[in-house]
Design a protein around this ligand. Structure first.
Ligand SMILES: [Zn+2]
Length: 267
């Protein structure tokens, strides 16, 4: 059974998810080739050669604060709230909601039925991502910004994170732009141990080796590719424990070297 709970020093991380999607791999990764998926990553494909990316979130306990990183998609049948409850977490206990970026599958449960799903939380978004999305030319085509993001400002629930923002003294943001202009990851440091919440720097374990493969959802593809190389090189060389939201359950693992390839080793 995979481990849904890990500790990094005094910090506890619990993997939860809002369900999974169903995608053709060559749609998500236009640079990729179905033959490679079938020969090298068959364990990631179903019988129809489709991927099922997880809509993963992570609950973090740090310095007495209960933090939820990303809020899923809230598609019909979305499981995020049920999974929080299964882990003994009620939505009104969440102190901070942290968004790695403002895509629809990361802000989906900010509101439910027009009310904040996490009524006692401050919501944190990367400042540069906010500035990109909260522009009339952009949000006119982005329903999720209108429904799940902009109301946070009207209700005075949002705080914007500048680069290298300290969420607690154990959790810092790291600017990892490209997938979206203000995308951030989180670096956790506690009692000499470090871990990394990846966000959408990578979407699939295949990118451990095929690091050039960009997902079709990237807003700045060249920058995304450069960021992915820099970050995965660092995570491999520093042997850091990683939480990867779209990777298979539970999304905890490491990027390690195996022969001439970098691979993802899940816990
Ligand atoms: Zn995503």
């Amino acid at each position: 059974m995979s481990n849904h709970k890990i500790n990094i020093g005094n910090v506890e991380l619990i993997s939860v998810s809002d369900g999974t999607g169903d995608r053709e791999p060559t749609f998500v990764f236009p640079d990729s080739d179905l033959a490679i998926w079938q020969s090298e990553f068959s364990e990631l494909l179903d019988d129809n050669n489709h991927l099922h990316p997880r809509y993963g979130s992570v609950i973090i306990r740090s310095e007495g604060k209960l933090i939820l990183v990303d809020t899923g998609l809230q598609a019909p049948g979305g499981t995020l709230i049920k999974e929080l409850n299964n882990n003994g977490v009620a939505p009104d206990q969440i102190d901070l909601v942290v968004m790695t970026h403002l895509h629809p599958d990361h802000v989906g449960w900010n509101f439910s039925n027009g009310l904040p799903t996490f009524p006692n939380a401050r919501y944190l978004a990367p400042k540069s991502d906010w500035e990109y999305w909260v522009h009339p030319d952009i949000y006119k085509d982005a329903e999720h910004i209108v429904n799940q993001v902009l109301p946070l400002e009207n209700l005075n629930l949002i705080d914007l994170m500048a680069d290298e923002y300290s969420i607690t003294s154990e959790i810092m943001t790291v600017a990892t732009p490209g997938h979206t202009p203000g995308h951030v990851s989180l670096l956790i440091t506690s009692r000499g141990e470090q871990g990394f919440v990846l966000g959408d720097v990578a979407h699939n374990p295949a990118q451990a080796h095929y690091t050039d493969w960009n997902p079709v959802f990237d807003i700045q593809p060249e920058l995304s590719r450069q960021t992915r190389h820099n970050i995965l090189d660092r995570l491999e060389s520093e042997n850091l424990m990683v939480s990867a939201g779209h990777f298979p359950t539970p999304g905890f693992g490491k990027f390690i070297r195996s022969g001439n390839r970098r691979i993802w080793q899940g816990v």
